[in-house]
Every structure is written in structure tokens, then in C-alpha cells.
Design a binder for this molecule. Sequence first.
Ligand SMILES: [Mg+2]
Length: 193
Amino acid sequence: MEKLSALVSDFDDTLFFNKSALISAAKDLYETLLKGKEEDYKTFKDLEITIGEGRVPKGFNKKWKSELYTLAYVKYKSKLSPNLPFINYLKESVKQGNDLVILSARGEEFREQTEEILNKYGLNYSKIILPANHELNDEDWKMLEVKKLSEIYNHIVLFEDKEENIRHIIHNLKPGNVEFYLVDHSILTYITH
Ligand SMILES: [Mg+2]
């Protein structure tokens, strides 16, 4: 069977920016926790960081983390904003015959919302790969999925907004048939091995 080339793209902050959705979700959760008897000082501190910076700090309370992401990706999904130059670039590449694979650690629980917005922007993907559970950390999960893909496809071009994810894959996997690009809005930076 002839193998194809695939464009493999991360979702959050690569294809769609989630900062504003995360900020709304954090404000929402903050209000909820204030009303309850939750007195976890660190959770409030971390939520303040998310409200201020639109990012989830490492070590964020596990119980509230999934609540936070559910608010961001479901309740506030309309606040996701598209990285249009990059989306248009991918659409052109798909027209030229490349497979588009979406590889996101956001989780199987958000498949419906993920499909919905990809379809809305006309991204003709071959498949969406999401973790069924969050047993592995995101970096390791992604690395293993890239390994599987590199065995299916002759050539892969991977797009990702987190340089540490790219470095983690390069360092541990040393894949010969994968090219890596760091995505920052419309700027794509080639990352060498
Ligand atoms: Mg990302």
C-alpha cells in the first residue's frame, strides 16, 4: 500500500487561540468556588494567574482542572479564535493531496466541540486524535502518537505551539521522517533536530 504524507497539527493555540475562553472559564470557576466552602488557597492563586494571563499554571488542582477546561471548551467555545493565516495554509496543503491529522491533548471528551469548529472553518481533516484518558502527561502521550503516525506515513510535518513538546519528541523519538514547525500566529519556525 502506498503511504502518504501527513500534516499533523496541534489544536489549542496552534489552530485556535483559547486564551479568552480560558479567562472566561477561570472567572466563572473562581466565582463558583467563592460561593462554596472551597478554601484551597493555591487553587485561587492559580485561577488568578489564568484570569490574568490566559494560561493554566503547572500543578493546577486536578479536580478543578477538568472543570476549568470543560467550561473553556464547552460553555465558552465561542470565544475560541481562529489562527486564520495558518488555517488557510493547511487548507491549501490539503488541496494538494496531503492528509491532515489533528493531534490534540485536549481529550476525547471534547471531540464533538473540536469537530464542530474544525468543520465550521472548512478544515478537511482525515482524523482527530485525542487521548481517551489523561493517564500520560501531554508530552509523552503526544510523542507516542507521533511515533505511531510516523510508522503509518512516509513523511510527516508536525505543527505545534509549544516548543517543549517538539523538543521532547525530537529528544526521545529521534524520528527521521518527521519535520517540526513551531507555530506562532502566522509565523512558522522550522525546528531542527
Ligand atoms: Mg497547543
